[in-house]
Design a protein. Structure first.
Length: 216
């Protein structure tokens, strides 16, 4: 429908003010919150994510698009709950202990949220115990660890070991990323998935959760 195309385009262009006008209009036209989310808001954000993957869009564009998308999701959140539409899954995300970098982590959060996945942002300098405590208490499906320094990379192994010790290793998938991280390192420390950028991480998270949903 035209209104959904308009919402998607507004997200792409980061027009948050326009989103606040279009979403109520779509509701008035009788569209479900799920339709507005999937075919309007998320559709637009996914286009930006794909462009970001191809280096055709840059961080500022991603941030303004995400802000516009979030304005829309705020408007339909009560309706989504009433319709019984739950998020695809839940992830806890953070930069590991000793590391204060957050720009990459913040972009990952926005991209993952654009896949209708709930993200609990733990911030930076996050100790392994915090990842595990959150995963247990919030019933997370994914633990996402970012490390931007070679000196903090080993902390990821501690997260994996803490998950094993807590007995949740078979319940959560551990995803890792950051400039110095490689697939070889991922294999060495026993994490589940390495992704090289935020958009790829979001796509992989969606894939994991959809597969998990089908298995349950």
């Amino acid at each position: 429908m035209a209104i959904l195309d308009d919402i998607s385009a507004a997200v792409e262009k980061g027009k948050a003010k326009l989103i606040k006008e279009l979403v109520p209009k779509a509701i008035e036209e009788g569209l479900s919150a799920q339709q507005i989310l999937n075919d309007g808001l998320l559709h637009g954000m996914n286009i930006v994510g794909d462009r970001f993957t191809r280096n055709e869009a840059f961080v500022p564009e991603v941030l303004v698009a995400a802000r516009a998308m979030n304005k829309g999701t705020e408007l339909i959140k009560p309706l989504l709950a009433a319709e019984g539409n739950a998020p695809l899954g839940k992830a806890c995300l953070g930069t590991v202990q000793g590391d204060l970098h957050d720009i990459g982590k913040n972009i990952v959060k926005l991209m993952v949220e654009s896949k209708n996945i709930e993200v609990i942002d733990l911030g930076v300098d996050v100790p392994p115990e915090k990842f595990i405590e959150t995963a247990v208490n919030e019933n997370c499906d994914l633990i996402m660890c970012s490390a931007l320094l070679t000196t903090t990379m080993p902390m990821i192994r501690n997260v994996v070991e803490a998950a094993e010790k807590a007995g949740i290793r078979d319940k959560v998938s551990i995803m890792i990323g950051g400039a110095p991280i490689t697939q070889e390192f991922c294999d060495q420390v026993g994490a589940d998935y390495y992704t090289e950028d935020a958009a790829t991480c979001a796509n992989k998270a969606e894939e994991i959760l959809k597969a998990k949903g089908n298995a349950e």
